[in-house]
Design a protein around this ligand. Structure first.
Ligand code: GDP
Length: 455
């Protein structure tokens, strides 16, 4: 974010004729769009400072139309250049589209163009579907542009504008006081949750990573030690949290009392984390409880790394029995996470621990990956669109229109089709997530997939 003088800038961009100026007037409470021309800029780029009743001050910047149509204008290139500067400097971009027609190539082209602009995080691009006073198309089709937020408004008739303001105010509610604070916040530090049943070696692992004895390690399961949950600033730019999971058993069973509390508490902790390192005792093999813990971490949207600990004990006379047991129990209980990376470590000797840290970084990168729209479109056309799907309700043939990434960390996709989500076959869902993984990696990361209907 580039807060200039600590006042957020909100840029309005979009194709020509979608009602940007009307929205500019509505947001600024003016009638005429011309407010204060910047010296030296020969094309339209108006901006005006607004103070909201709640105290928020912001600058609204209007830009000329961009996209394929707009480029046909004599000053098209210049207008686009000016719009690019406005976007570069903006803290929030309102991508205004014509909500009374379907999404078109011009909109898609502008969405790709926006992504090429430096400094702009796509979370700060909101789609505003204008002209919603006219009954018409379902705005959810605009999710295909790949941005998370869509607002339906009518600038002309003042419909939905207050709601838009509410969200803008919320967005800038806790404005940090200075720019360096903001930049600091944006540097994403991986937050790693070390999970596992008692006595698998979580504390030992943490001590090994932190390089000092922070945790009291004990041979007896259930010994009172440090609090069950604790956070540490580690080396390697990683923040670590540790969590014991004594009270959790098989998911799906009736949960009462302790178990329910344990799960709810873990959910709270998981909300702050990105990656779960689930520590397993290699010597003991994989238990039902281990599998439940892995399942919970996936359900909570965390990327998961399976760390098989106590590898130093997997030798000697009964080594082959131990390995057999480990392989057998792993195949039996952890086949639902065959996409999670595994590491073999000995927390006690430190072997494999550096490798674990490297894998965490890789998993973090994959988790925050945003796939280029063009690559996603190609994948959809070549591999997904024509993949067989059983007939839909009333024997209707299933049709798939497009796939769009709407979120990261964990990655989230929407597939538009003519079927309601519940009618999409389970195997087809699996096929899509597997295809996305094969093509783009997403190591260790659960992929969220939603289905939306479009005609
Ligand atoms: P936690 O309950 O998961 O935090 O487990 P601890 O870290 O307290 O470890 C439980 C016991 O396992 C202690 O006696 C540790 O010394 C032992 N332990 C942990 N990691 C290893 C390892 O890699 N190899 C061996 N041999 N013992 C380990």
């Amino acid at each position: 974010m580039t807060l200039i003088n600590n006042i957020p800038k909100i840029a309005l961009v979009g194709p020509t004729n979608v009602g940007k100026s009307a929205l500019f007037n509505r947001l600024t409470g003016t009638r005429a769009a011309i407010v204060c021309d910047r010296p030296g800029v020969t094309v339209d780029r108006h901006e005006l400072k607004v103070t909201r009743p709640g105290g928020l001050e912001c600058v609204i910047v209007d830009t000329g139309g961009v996209g394929i149509e707009a480029r046909k204008h004599a000053l098209g290139e210049e207008i686009e250049r000016a719009a690019r500067v406005a976007v570069e400097q903006a803290d929030l971009v309102l991508f205004v589209v014509d909500g009374h027609r379907e999404m078109n190539f011009d909109d898609l082209e502008i969405a790709s163009w926006l992504r090429t602009i430096k400094n702009i995080d796509s979370k700060r691009i909101w789609v505003v579907a204008n002209k919603k006073d006219v009954k018409g198309f379902d705005s959810s089709t605009f999710y295909a542009l790949g941005f998370n937020r869509i607002f339906e408004i009518s600038a002309e008739h003042d419909v939905g504008v207050l709601e838009l303001w509410d969200d803008i105010e919320l967005q800038f509610k806790d404005l940090p006081k200075d720019k360096s604070e903001v930049e600091e916040e944006e540097k994403k530090v991986p937050k790693v949750l070390v999970l596992g049943r008692p006595n698998v070696g979580k504390s030992t692992l943490l001590n090994s990573i932190l390089g000092f004895e922070r945790h009291v390690v004990s041979d007896f399961s259930g010994t009172t030690r440090d609090p069950i949950e604790s956070t540490f600033e580690g080396r390697h730019g990683v923040e670590w949290m540790m969590y014991d999971t004594p009270g959790i058993r098989q998911p799906g069973r009736l949960e009462r009392g302790v178990e329910w509390v344990a799960r709810e508490k873990l959910k709270d902790v998981a909300k702050q984390a990105d990656v779960a390192v689930v520590v397993l005792d290699a010597q003991a093999g994989v238990s039902d409880l281990d599998a439940s813990i892995v399942g919970l971490a996936v359900d909570f949207g965390l990327s998961v790394i399976l760390a098989y600990n106590k590898m130093d004990l997997m030798k000697g006379e009964n080594a082959s029995d131990l390995w057999m047991k480990l392989t057998r129990t792993k195949d039996l209980k952890l086949d639902f996470v065959e996409w999670c990376p595994e590491v073999q470590i000995s927390a006690l000797t430190g072997k494999g621990v550096q490798n674990l840290v490297k894998i965490i970084q890789k998993v973090m990168n994959d988790r925050t990956q945003r796939v280029q729209t063009s690559k996603l479109n190609t994948l959809f056309e070549k591999r997904i669109r024509l993949h067989h799907h059983p007939l839909g309700p009333q024997g209707r043939p299933a049709k798939f229109y497009y796939l769009s990434q709407v979120g990261v960390s964990p990655p989230e996709f929407v597939l538009f089709s003519n079927l309601p989500g519940r009618a999409v076959h389970y195997s087809y869902r699996r096929f899509i997530t597997n295809t996305l993984r094969t093509e783009f990696g997403f190591t260790g990361t659960p992929i969220k997939l939603h289905f939306k209907t479009a005609q």
